[in-house]
Ligand binder design. Structure first.
Ligand code: FAD
Length: 289
């Protein structure tokens, strides 16, 4: 049974989830003058998928909107020491992708799409690939792509750095604090309820709970939404945004798009990120629906 609601200090923006996306969103908001930001993390910052990430940093994605987001994010990785004030472990080793004969055409299509976005990926020869990675057995591969500015980073440190920078900007990060539901009154998102029954009022709720986001958003829309990483909930009327433009210029961005035709019934402004209607795989082939 849910305990009676007790008021808790609210915020202009409440972000659920202290992974790299939630902390990046918090930092981005403070950068843009929104300082009344509260991040609720049920465990510790970076304890979710972020802390388990292999940390590969690349723009070589087969979905153009993802590639565009990564391209924006790459600039931040490259400038992290200046922008976030610390080393986040980014090492620009380059990123090599190799495919077998059936995927060569798809690889080249992906490279063309990335190049059209300004991304510095290019097709390279087998000899070039062998030079980059002399110990690799490349015999089974027929096509190669290279991204000079790719590399690897430390996602956990990145989230910690975003969190620290967000705190410096005025944000509050409450760890060990789980949200159990997003609250709505008369069609308007008003805050979140915590596991202990407290209610945290919010002008806007960002659900950045990684794979747990759909569970938090589902009650608002009446069904389990598709796997989606970041949700922005607020407002009174359905004002669906579909845009490829950056949400926060200069920082990590999310593609904002209409999530599904069922949204108008929810009477809630909803935007989501890291989702794309085009489910093209990284090899460029479309899976069967
Ligand atoms: C094994 C592995 C390898 C990966 N390798 C790569 C890679 O090489 N390159 C790459 O770009 N990506 C990689 N990823 C993906 C990348 O790690 C994720 O996309 C990214 O970390 C997601 O960040 P997030 O903030 O959305 O989610 P998370 O890091 O999962 O953060 C969500 C946070 O929300 C919290 N939370 C959940 N529910 C609640 C709640 N109800 N209330 C409060 N808090 C809540 C969780 O505790 C968690 O800390 C990898 C992922 C894994 C698992």
């Amino acid at each position: 049974m849910i305990a009676a609601a007790r008021p808790s200090r609210g915020a202009e923006v409440v972000i659920v989830g202290g992974g790299v996306e939630g902390t990046a969103a918090a930092w981005s908001l403070t950068q843009r003058g929104v300082r009344d930001v509260l991040v609720l993390e049920r465990e510790t910052v970076g304890s979710g998928g972020t802390g388990k990430s292999s940390g590969i940093v690349r723009c070589h994605y087969g979905v153009p909107s993802l590639a565009a987001m990564a391209w924006q994010g790459l600039r931040l990785f490259e400038a992290a020491a200046d922008v976030l004030g610390e080393d986040i472990g980014f090492r620009q080793t380059g990123y090599l992708v190799a495919v077998g004969a059936p995927n060569v055409a798809a690889l080249h299509a992906n490279l063309s799409a990335q190049q059209a976005l300004g991304i510095e990926t290019t097709a390279i020869s087998r000899e070039d690939a062998a030079e980059l990675w002399p110990s690799a057995n490349l015999a089974d591969f027929a096509g190669f792509g290279y991204e000079r500015r790719g590399g690897y980073g430390d996602a956990y440190r990145t989230a910690q750095a975003f969190a620290a920078a967000a705190r410096r900007g005025g944000a509050t990060i409450r760890q060990g604090t789980a949200a159990v539901s997003v609250l709505r009154q008369r069609g308007r998102v008003t805050g979140v309820r915590l596991a202990d029954g407290d209610v945290v009022p919010a002008g806007l709720v960002v659900v950045a709970a990684g794979p747990w986001s759909p569970g938090l958003v589902a009650p608002l829309v009446g069904k389990q939404p598709a796997d989606t990483h970041v949700w922005i909930l607020g407002g009174e009327a359905p004002a669906f945004v579909k845009s490829e433009g950056p949400l926060y210029v200069g920082g990590p961005i999310w593609r904002i798009e209409l999530a599904s035709p069922i949204w108008p019934k929810a009477s809630t402004t909803v935007a989501n990120g890291q989702r794309d209607a085009d489910k093209t795989t990284s090899a460029g082939t479309k899976p069967k629906p």
